[in-house]
Ligand binder design. Structure first.
Ligand SMILES: Nc1nc2c(ncn2[C@@H]2O[C@H](COP(=O)(O)OP(=O)(O)OP(=O)(O)O)[C@@H](O)[C@H]2O)c(=O)[nH]1
Ligand SMILES: [Mg+2]
Length: 466
């Protein structure tokens, strides 16, 4: 698959940072040097590489530490965001007509994949947009080009319009009239492969563009072409109104540089990618997904996104304060559980929260459990919720709560124990100094000293180990 080397090297560069609790500019510079080399080796245009690394550096230097995230992970996010931007932010849809006949013109070098992609695209748009497609065979130069398109058409059960080896302009003109007449609402014109430096062939395609007035002129680019793909795209774009690129053969062993440079250099969006020889092997090009794929870091990225979305720092801090002052009660416990629930299976984030790591299997809170706890707390009086010791001391209160909530007596006991456990932990934490507590509240759990060093220190102080 394309990008494998790039992914490997990126991961190595970025891994150096993950896990570090502090980053210096030197760390970032070293990582970016590696990223720069990886991109150049993947055949990404040098101007693009330069700008990219400068942008990432600027952002990484300036970035304030996000709540609950480790700096290395933030840099991964910056690299990911910039890669996405490089490839165009968001997927760009085809601009087809809602009513009436839409026309797509396929253009590109010989062997880039125009004919195959014309079929793939017709099939995809038929499925996705419910269109009735027809194909026009306008390659009259390569032997057996018409038969090739006919085979594609037969496989997909799509009509192919052809008139043999006459002027392509005439075929296109007649083909469009035929399509209108027959009630088709999408025509894809397969044209001959041509070199961008062949003037007479470029004039021909310009004439076809003028008479067909296509809604989309799609440049098919073989991803294996590397740097050259960008020059090709540039020249085609100067001669025609290219509305999008299709990068084919991304399934092959390509270095992927074209994907990363084309958009930036030509301004033409990549709309689809070809990922195999079969007629289903086409995908809408999503820059953000491609970026995560290149980085091979989907997990970290979703974790980072989740943290940014879900952690409300103020909420976490105010809970922490309550815990510290020993005023942590059932209302707070319920809030805390809802918070954990919101974060779902992201146990990585859980560990960033004060005390969470020590609460054992609480990361597996499901809807039912939360519902039960809500019922139990709901059956307490407001006084009991605020003064947990009332429930601790009185078995008759616990009985009443069990009856009221419809939960068993032992479940009430479990909840009582859970709260006690947290309170004990809090009392132990009170022995810790303010700066380590503050750092912990911010989620900076990465120790500067080694684990055993820390453990010894804690033992001496009688403190609690996280
Ligand atoms: N692996 C892979 N092969 C592809 C892909 N797209 C096209 N091909 C293959 O590339 C070769 C050329 O494809 P065509 O569709 O004939 O290319 P073309 O641009 O129409 O070629 P000319 O008409 O000769 O200019 C064929 O063997 C296709 O099967 C792709 O996404 N992945
Ligand atoms: Mg062809």
């Amino acid at each position: 698959m394309a990008f494998e080397d790039l992914t490997g090297r990126f991961q190595m560069a970025l891994r150096r940072l993950t896990g570090k609790s502090k980053l210096t500019e030197k760390d970032i510079d070293e990582m970016m040097r590696e990223v720069r080399l990886s991109l150049l080796e993947a055949d990404v245009n040098y101007k693009v590489v330069k700008e990219f690394t400068e942008d990432v550096k600027k952002l990484a230097y300036g970035e304030k530490i996000l709540k609950g995230l480790k700096p290395g992970e933030q840099v991964v996010k910056i690299v990911n965001d910039e890669l996405t931007k490089l490839m165009g932010e968001e997927a760009v849809e085809l601009a087809l007509k809602h009513d009436g006949l839409s026309v797509i013109l396929m253009v590109g070098l010989q062997g880039a994949g125009k004919t195959t992609t014309a079929g793939k695209l017709a099939n995809l748009i038929r499925k996705k947009h419910n269109k009735k497609p027809m194909l026009i065979a306008a390659d009259v130069y390569r032997p057996a080009a018409i038969e090739q398109l006919q085979t594609v058409g037969q496989q997909l059960n799509i009509e192919v319009y052809e008139e043999g080896l006459i002027e392509p302009d005439t075929i296109v003109k007649n083909g469009l009239a035929y399509a209108k007449d027959k009630g088709y609402d999408l025509v894809i014109v397969d044209t001959a492969g041509r070199l961008h430096i062949d003037d007479s062939m470029m004039d021909e395609i310009k004439r076809i563009e003028k008479l067909a007035k296509p809604d989309e002129v799609l440049l098919t680019v073989d991803a294996m072409t590397g740097q050259d793909a960008v020059n090709v795209a540039d020249t085609f774009n100067q001669a025609l109104h290219i509305t999008g690129c299709i990068l084919t053969k991304l399934d092959g062993d390509t270095r992927g540089g074209a994907a990363l440079s084309i958009r930036k250099i030509t301004g033409v969006p990549i709309k689809f990618s070809g990922t195999g020889e079969k007629l289903e092997d086409i995908e809408v090009f999503h820059p953000e997904r491609m970026a995560s794929r290149i980085l091979g870091m989907g997990d970290i990225l979703s974790l980072v996104e989740k943290a940014t979305e879900e952690i409300d720092e103020d909420e976490a801090l105010s809970m922490m304060e309550k815990m510290m002052t020993g005023k942590f009660n059932y209302n707070d416990l319920l809030k805390q559980m809802k918070m954990i629930k919101r974060m779902g299976k992201f146990s990585g984030i859980m560990k960033m929260m004060p005390g969470m790591k020590n609460l054992g299997n609480m990361d597996k809170i499901d809807d039912k459990q939360l519902e039960y706890i809500e019922a139990i707390v709901g059956s307490m009086t407001e006084e009991e919720r605020k003064k947990p010791e009332l429930v601790n001391r009185s078995s008759s209160r616990r009985n009443r709560i069990a009856n009221g909530s419809g939960r068993s007596y032992s479940e009430i006991n479990k909840l009582v124990q859970m709260l006690e456990k947290q309170q004990t932990m809090m009392r132990r934490m009170q022995g810790m100094n303010p700066s380590s507590l503050e750092s912990m509240a911010k989620g900076n759990f990465e120790p500067k000293q080694s684990r055993s060093e820390r453990r010894n220190k804690m033992k001496k102080k009688g403190g609690f180990r996280f």
